[in-house]
Design a protein around this ligand. Structure first.
Ligand code: G6P
Length: 363
């Protein structure tokens, strides 16, 4: 089918805007009544360990899912970049599920890592292309149903990957007796409300764009996050460097004092992704360390976070309130919009950034 920009200036803008719809569609494929439909062969109760392997944005989806599988299901998770994984010759024990996440399903490094695990572990693929090599060579195929993604910088595929991965983690938690039927049903009800919250976040685009125009002046940008928001800080930095060519790094908030704080002055915006969760106070004290050194903090938080911590920040962006578990999905949107509008301000080729390819099929 012919895919056009549907009235948007760029495919990336269209794909960002589509997220409430495609996430709703992904949910409708996997969530029925009070339960999650995944292939029967996926026996989470029998697992000792999950190994997750991917590249780029898909790697950050895996890092986020590690928090979910470990916290919800009590399953140890190892995450690796595909190009490192197989040369390390990692031992793959029995009762291991190996999960390969790839939008295209054709990334050479990820496919090679999958082949390394074949016969050693059960292989699950989380891809956007059901006919892809990674989907075909897996034991269990879990499509993300994002629809064709054209922009080189991944957006809707990332949030649909997160959606499928959080469903896997909830299913695993239930299968392993860590959450009961009622808790599962409550989480699924929250998930059904997620597309509405994503729409509200998209409604903040003008404020995010204004912040992005200011960020676009910088040469270096730091993204901070704690807990499940840490991988998203890295994804936010990746998005920004991919399409605006601004140097950006994502750090765990608590690691700031072990190095990156040396970079802080008034020219380095520090973007703090911090909903008002159980780790919020710790992140706020990291943020104050930045402000005490003249750093300009862009705080992305919710209404409660804004109420308690926006004093002294450079800017505060307020996201809709959201159940904590799903915040990495919601906060992906401001990260994408910041990168998008910074790139527009810089005049770069948003859909086809220099030196990058949508799918890298060579090693
Ligand atoms: C390329 C793309 C990235 C993507 C990565 C992994 O580098 O530019 O946007 O995240 O490949 O691609 P995959 O198709 O395996 O998710």
């Amino acid at each position: 089918a012919h895919i056009d920009k549907a009235g948007h200036k760029h495919f990336m803008a269209k794909e960002i805007a589509e997220q409430p719809t495609v996430i709703g569609e992904a949910l409708s494929h996997y969530v029925h009544d009070a339960g999650i439909d995944l292939p029967q062969t996926l026996d989470f109760a029998a697992l000792d360990r999950i190994v997750m392997v991917a590249c780029g944005t898909a790697f950050y989806a895996c890092l986020t899912a590690k928090y979910w599988f470990e916290q919800l299901a009590g399953l140890p998770v190892e995450v690796d970049i595909a190009s490192e994984f197989r040369y390390r010759e990692p031992p793959i024990g029995p009762n291991t599920l190996a999960v390969f996440v790839s939008q295209s399903g054709e990334t050479a490094d990820t496919l090679a890592a999958l082949r390394y695990c074949a016969e050693k572990a059960q292989i699950a693929a989380v891809t956007n292309v059901e006919t892809s090599s990674i989907a075909r060579e897996s034991d269990v195929n879990l499509p993300i149903h994002a629809g064709a993604e054209i922009g080189v910088a991944s957006t809707k595929a990332f949030t649909c990957q997160l959606t499928v991965l959080v469903l896997m983690a909830l299913k695993a938690a239930h299968a392993r007796g860590r959450i009961d039927d009622a808790t599962l049903a409550a989480r699924l009800a929250e998930l059904r409300n997620l597309p509405g919250r994503l729409n509200l976040a998209l409604g903040q685009a003008p404020q995010i764009a204004a912040a992005a125009r200011a960020v676009a002046e910088a040469e270096d940008v730091l993204f901070l996050g704690r807990g499940q928001m840490y991988p998203l800080a890295m994804e936010g930095a990746l998005k920004l460097k991919e399409i605006s060519y601004i140097h950006a790094e994502g750090y765990a908030s608590g690691e700031l004092k072990h190095g990156p704080i040396a970079l802080i002055d008034q020219t380095v915006p520090v973007i703090v992704m911090a909903p008002h969760d159980h780790l919020f106070d710790k992140t706020v004290s990291n943020m104050q360390e930045v402000m005490a050194r003249g750093g300009q903090v862009l705080l992305i938080t919710d209404s409660e976070g804004a109420k308690t911590a926006s004093d002294g920040t450079w800017r505060t962006l307020v996201m809709p309130d959201c159940p904590a578990l799903f915040e990495p999905i919601l906060y992906a949107l401001p990260a994408q919009l910041l990168a998008y509008h910074a790139a527009i301000a810089k005049g770069t080729d948003v859909d086809q950034p220099r030196n990058l390819a949508k799918s890298v099929t060579v090693e």
